[in-house]
Design a protein. Structure first.
Length: 273
């Protein structure tokens, strides 16, 4: 019996150590939820005024107030969403797409944001057909987007605790049936814990890396090299989403489209999501 306690204690120590190292960012993200709630309380009045301006169809005033909230009180999916709606009402499609995309980063499972984003995209000029993606990869990405990084991190912690309990059942139970249940449950909870951590880190990386951008000018000619003397490749229009492939230069950025086309554009005509 002492040997079993020793094995369980040792295994728990290694699991917790590895978990703490691999999931430090999601855990910090959970702690930030309390800070976010404080921000909501601080900006309630100002947000109410901005919402009132939006309801009165004073979209210019609403935009100014929403921008002020984001600059001084912190990011919020709701504020970005309302800001996107305000820009959309004034027919500033590029700005609307940009803010819907930012809202979607913070709340990837929000159907209203996704619907309005697609509605705004339908008004853009460029119709890029993405490269064919393997069904399994598309399904995994859809699964990841069902929750944000905070929710995935919470799930990882809960699954980890359940895994420890299931492991205890397997080690200390004297009944064969309970041992089997504990063993199978331990494996299942372990797999879910690992996946939840991976999904949380994937969502977190999207918020940190900022490697996507929106074309903000009416049109831009994409060049083959980072120079105005480069060969013209194709033309993009405002509202088009691009992937920043090379971000090392200050005045030029190498971009990639969903259809695989690559080229260079001036840095001042795009805005990072």
């Amino acid at each position: 019996m002492k040997k079993k306690y020793f094995v369980l204690t040792l295994l728990t120590y290694f699991i917790i150590s590895g978990y703490a190292q691999s999931d430090s960012e999601p855990i910090r993200a959970i702690n930030q939820a309390e800070v976010a709630s404080t921000h909501v309380a601080q900006t309630l009045t100002t947000k109410s005024e901005a919402d009132s301006a939006y309801i009165r169809n004073d979209f210019a005033a609403a935009i100014e107030m929403y921008e002020y909230i984001l600059e001084n009180k912190g990011e919020s999916a709701d504020i970005y969403y309302n800001l996107g709606n305000s820009y959309y009402k004034l027919d500033y499609i590029a700005k609307a797409v940009l803010n819907y995309e930012r809202a979607l980063l913070l709340s990837p499972n929000d159907r209203d944001i996704r619907f309005n984003l697609e509605l705004a995209r339908s008004k853009t000029v460029d119709k890029i057909i993405p490269l064919h993606e393997i069904f399994f990869i598309t399904w995994i990405q859809s699964l990841i987007n069902t929750m944000n990084e905070k929710a995935w991190a919470c799930m990882a912690i809960v699954m980890f605790i359940l895994m420890i309990l299931a492991l205890s059942l397997f080690i200390f139970s004297k009944h064969v049936v309970f041992k089997k249940v504990g063993f199978i449950s331990t494996i299942c909870f372990f797999i879910i814990t690992i996946l939840a951590n991976i999904f949380a880190l994937e969502q977190k990386s999207k918020l940190i890396n900022h490697n996507n951008a929106i074309i903000m000018t009416p049109s831009v000619t994409v060049k083959s090299t980072p120079s105005q003397n480069g060969t013209d490749l194709f033309i993009l229009h405002e509202g088009q989403k691009v992937i920043i492939k090379d971000n090392t230069m200050k005045e030029w950025k190498e971009i990639k489209l969903e259809d695989g086309n690559v080229g260079w554009v001036p840095a001042n005509i795009i805005e990072i999501i």
